[in-house]
Design a protein around this ligand. Structure first.
Ligand code: IPD
Length: 267
């Protein structure tokens, strides 16, 4: 089978697995009897994260046994040289999930030789499936997505992703800069959905001082395929260490990049 055909199979499989995993997460969210803990300060984990990741890992392994796997909650499987690697966040927006807030998603990306080939995000509460394949477009429940036509930060809404990995002072500075340049800042607690909303034209930009690959890879492909700008997340070992990130509509790229001035970001 040709390479392009196997990637098409991965794209279809990722959509089915995201829906199945999302249905499991939604059922468990609704019965709300799961255990909640912390991996670190403000870093929530629930037992459903592990259950959902196990389901995704086993489905993908059954279908593509030679592929590598990097999941938020488990150790990665070795990646064959030149092979495809799945990068998975079973529940992005875990803090929302843990506190009964219906804003979370499953995020599944497939990367090969440093290039994101497939990106799928499923929001099981709204039944919204965001799916993109490199060179083939990005779709929301089957309809093509386009980033917004914003040209001014003063009319833009920008999500400012938050975690404590880069420190509270850096977060406040980023937030200050976004607000001072006139954009309306948001923080909704799911980086993957925040970025998917940029792809769908619901927000004009997303910025974060440090984000991990499982939170953003699928969405990066969606934004790119929907005509948006994304900084070079995979530079300097972003796949394993994470990186800063800027994603936005092309009309506000120049203004947003100079507004936020993130140190060490690969543009
Ligand atoms: C977090 C969320 C949050 C983002 C953080 C992530 P999690 O992931 O996506 O919005 O700002 O960088 O760590 O813990 O919900 O999977």
């Amino acid at each position: 089978m040709k390479d392009a055909d196997t990637m098409q199979l991965r794209w279809l499989a990722a959509q089915g697995v995201a829906r199945e995993a999302g249905a499991l997460a939604r059922r468990r969210f609704e019965d709300s009897s799961f255990k909640v803990g912390f991996k670190g300060p403000q870093d929530y984990i629930t037992e459903v994260d592990g259950e959902t990741e196990d389901l995704i890992a086993s489905r993908l392994h059954e279908a593509f046994p030679g592929d590598g796997f990097i999941g938020e909650e488990t150790a990665g499987r070795p990646t064959p040289a030149g092979g495809a690697v799945w990068v998975v966040d079973p529940i992005d927006g875990t803090a929302n999930f843990a506190r009964g807030i219906p804003h979370f998603c499953v995020s599944i990306a497939c990367v090969r030789e440093g290039v994101i080939e497939v990106g799928v995000i499923y929001d099981p509460v709204r039944d919204e499936l965001f799916a993109g394949r490199r060179g083939h477009g990005a779709f929301l429940n089957g309809a093509p997505m386009r980033v917004s036509d914003a040209t001014s930060l003063a009319k833009s809404s920008v999500e400012v992703g938050w975690n404590l990995r880069a420190g509270a002072a850096k977060y406040l500075d980023l937030l200050r800069r976004v607000a001072l340049w006139g954009a309306s800042p948001f923080r909704t607690g799911s980086g993957a959905l925040g970025l998917a909303y940029v792809a769908a034209g619901r927000r004009d930009g997303y910025v974060e001082q440090h984000i991990n690959a499982w939170d953003c890879l699928a969405a990066i492909l969606l934004v790119t395929e929907a005509g948006g700008y994304v900084s070079d997340f995979l530079a300097n070992d972003g796949l394993t260490k994470g990186n800063p990130l800027i994603a936005c509509a092309p009309g506000v790229k120049e203004a947003l990049v100079s507004a936020v001035e993130i140190d060490g970001i690969a543009l």
